[in-house]
Ligand binder design. Structure first.
Ligand SMILES: [Zn+2]
Length: 386
């Protein structure tokens, strides 16, 4: 049995959009799962193998990047970069969801090849954690020629993601919607590229196309990076109940508009966040924190609500047991504070001021991954292992 205690917490941001901040100054993690949240006395009844003194700072769930394009391991040929997933972990990301592996050199574009690629990506990411992150790799790219049995075969092997519809040769909603139905019948979660063309070979997809195809997630509602017109954003908010993804590598005007409209329409629970990297915009290890900071400082939501977009909302959308600080959930945390010199005096206020918080520790499954982020500015107050 391994026991981790976290004490002296200033603020717990839960990740749950219904109640973004919860009471408590201590968390007990047993064998990688959250066992109790409460006051310091919850740590007195057990012998902890390790205790973290949060030093009055903020603890939030590990961030989830809902949109990554990995290949295999912690390397991407998109920007010839090694270690980009680990770099994101130093920006607080503990879970990543593949939106497809289109950058695989010589990516097969026939039915059997795309199926094999999804299976390889899935199994590889399950057997190894690139960069220490819980990467859910192997998102099937829809290509012409796939049949219902292919989805059954992949589901039997544990695959459960369909990468952005539009990346492959299946682009027409009439054709895509049939495959999406096969996918959903077999338990897959389906994402769909939305907006203008990002790279040669991908296509412009309108709100109407998305509604006809009926995925689970509107990938980058704020464009990849060219966005749909604001009236189409309204349509997706008002006329569907799909998850609405904001990405770092997208259009910031539309990002702000989407958040404010979703708030007005009582749909904040539908907003999730991704980096959409590696991409032409590069690899941004602090991309999720930067997106939270932008939304918290420029739109009508609080810093704690913005954190929920990249944690609990994404976990609920994809059915993952992370992203919320609650009993029974996986013990993934980011411990952070306002960066040195910020006008904000804690993590949430720093985000609302438009700053990037300083991360002092990341914990995955109850294991401390590092005690000094190599990417964020230094936190004003630092958590310590005691
Ligand atoms: Zn896309």
């Amino acid at each position: 049995m391994s026991v981790l205690g976290i004490k002296n917490i200033g603020t717990i941001v839960s990740g749950d959009i219904e109640k973004p901040v919860i009471e408590g100054s201590a968390i007990l993690v047993v064998d990688g799962k959250i066992q109790k949240i409460g006051s310091e006395d919850i740590l007195e009844s057990v012998k902890c193998d390790k205790i973290i003194d949060a030093n009055g700072t903020t603890v939030m769930p590990g961030l989830i990047d809902s949109h990554v394009h990995p290949v295999l391991g912690d390397f991407t040929p998109r920007q010839n970069t090694v270690g980009f997933i680990n770099s994101s972990m130093h920006g607080g990301v503990t879970t990543m969801i593949s939106a497809g592996e289109p950058h695989t050199p010589g990516r097969p574009k026939d039915a059997s090849g795309t199926k094999a690629l999804a299976l390889l990506g899935h199994k590889s990411s399950r057997n190894a954690r690139p960069g220490g992150v819980k990467l859910h790799g192997g998102a099937l790219i829809l290509e012409k020629g796939l049949v219902e049995k292919d989805f059954e075969d992949l589901a039997a092997e544990g695959c459960w993601l369909v990468g952005e519809v539009g990346l492959g040769s299946v682009k027409d909603p009439a054709e895509a919607s049939v495959m999406v139905q096969w996918a959903k019948k077999n338990g897959f979660k389906v994402m769909m590229h939305t907006g203008g063309t990002s790279i040669p070979g991908s296509s412009t997809i309108t709100a109407e196309d998305v509604m006809k195809t009926n995925p689970d997630v509107v990938s980058h509602i704020n464009g990849g990076p060219t966005a749909i017109p604001l009236e189409e954003v309204d349509k997706l908010i008002n006329d569907t109940d799909l998850a609405l993804e904001l990405v770092q590598c997208g259009n910031y005007k539309v990002m702000k508009y989407t958040v404010n409209q979703a708030k007005e329409k009582g749909s904040l629970h539908r907003i999730i966040m991704g980096n959409d990297s590696p991409s032409g915009s590069g690899i941004i290890p602090l991309g999720i924190l930067r997106t939270i900071s932008y939304v918290a400082s420029e739109s009508e939501v609080s810093g704690a609500e913005a954190i929920c977009f990249a944690t609990g909302n994404t976990a609920r959308t994809y059915g993952l047991d992370v992203g919320i600080i609650a009993e029974g959930k996986e013990g993934d945390f980011v411990i952070l504070d306002a960066p040195m010199g910020s006008v904000g005096d804690d993590c949430v206020k720093a985000l609302e001021a438009g700053d990037i918080p300083g991360v002092s520790m990341v914990v995955i499954d109850g294991e401390v991954m590092f005690t000094k982020s190599r990417n964020t500015p230094p936190p004003t107050r630092k958590a310590q292992i005691i």
